[in-house]
Design a protein around this ligand. Sequence first.
Ligand code: ZN
Ligand code: ZN
Ligand code: ZN
Length: 159
Amino acid sequence: MARVRRVTKTLSAENAGDRALRVVRAAGGRVTSCTRTVVATLADSTDHLTAEDLIAEVESRLPGVAASTVYRVIQRLSELDLVEHVHTSVGPPIYHLHERGHAHLVCNGCGVISDISDRHLNGLTQTLTRQFEFTLEPRHSALVGYCRDCAPRRAHLAH
Ligand SMILES: [Zn+2]
Ligand SMILES: [Zn+2]
Ligand SMILES: [Zn+2]
């Protein structure tokens, strides 16, 4: 059955999680069970996990792991550019494997977060570079607005 694909492309038999672990090893890092579990959780998830969600999921997969350990692993993976966070206006940052990263639209009315390809922002990115010498990070912050359902009510919702 055809499944709706997100923006993720599978490039080879090795999955995004395996590739991330390979980079950790290449950078001289130890692949601990916690590192493996954080990466696997992000690789498995099609959801938008906050650090808190991610820690809770890792704790359920790896009973006894300390939240601080999970948090340090998330930081380390971020430093290696394997994990990226996205600021949304509706809650704490959400996390993705960098390889699966993309831009986001956030509805200010209902809080729904939609994935879009960052290619849609190419025109804006190029304009900002050319005219303002500004380098936009199109994935780093979600774009905020109103979804189709909320747009008609936005006069009441706007703040
Ligand atoms: Zn909405
Ligand atoms: Zn996303
Ligand atoms: Zn940030």
